[in-house]
Design a binder for this molecule. Structure first.
Ligand code: HEM
Ligand code: HEM
Length: 126
């Protein structure tokens, strides 16, 4: 179960890493920093945080499997929503739609961090 979570987080982090670094290269080459916030979050949340959690599920085995599953999926969905929302903002996607994705993603990501904090203070297998 935890191995499956770890592998999913690892692959998602790798994809975010490629996209984020690619956007960084584009910004550096074009001197256009419109993507700065999206680039930063794709990398610090999508790459660094998801990768950290991939390692967490290898090192620690939280006893609560349901909470772990909720944490993993809110992390991935939240990161996709938040960063897609930041990109939609640049392309002026119509307000109601982008607001739902952006705010929905941000709130989901926040929930994921709260679930992780709960897991951190709960029991782990020896
Ligand atoms: C291919 C490699 C990368 C390139 C070419 C690149 C390029 C850039 C550029 C051009 C900016 C905008 C700087 C500015 O506003 O003056 C930026 C900002 C930023 N980058 Fe990257 N980046 C790369 C990799 C990374 C990685 C690996 C991370 C984190 C894991 C990262 C995190 C950030 C953050 C947090 C900002 C925002 C900094 C701020 O607003 O002060 N970048 N990057
Ligand atoms: C909970 C969801 C989050 C929301 C809604 C959010 C939103 C924002 C916003 C609106 C900015 C300002 C961007 C700008 O200057 O245009 C920002 C900056 C930043 N956030 Fe977040 N953030 C979230 C989570 C995170 C997390 C989890 C991290 C780190 C792991 C993070 C790291 C950063 C960094 C490094 C900057 C500065 C980058 C820049 O100058 O563009 N954020 N965030």
């Amino acid at each position: 179960m935890h191995k499956k979570h770890s592998n999913l987080l690892l692959k998602t982090a790798a994809i975010f890493g490629m996209i984020g670094a690619g956007i960084g290269g584009h910004m550096a080459g074009s001197y256009d920093y419109a993507f700065r916030a999206a680039h930063a979050h794709i990398l610090v949340v999508g790459w660094l945080s998801l990768f950290s959690w991939a390692v967490y599920y290898r090192v620690f085995k939280p006893v609560s499997k349901k909470l772990a599953t909720a944490h993993v999926y809110t992390a991935i969905i939240g990161t996709i929503g938040l960063t897609s929302g930041m990109i939609m903002d640049i392309f002026s996607v119509p307000q109601p739609f982008y607001f739902i994705v952006y705010i929905g993603g941000g709130v989901t990501l926040l929930v994921s961090f709260i679930l992780f904090a709960l897991l951190a203070f709960m029991k782990h297998e020896d």
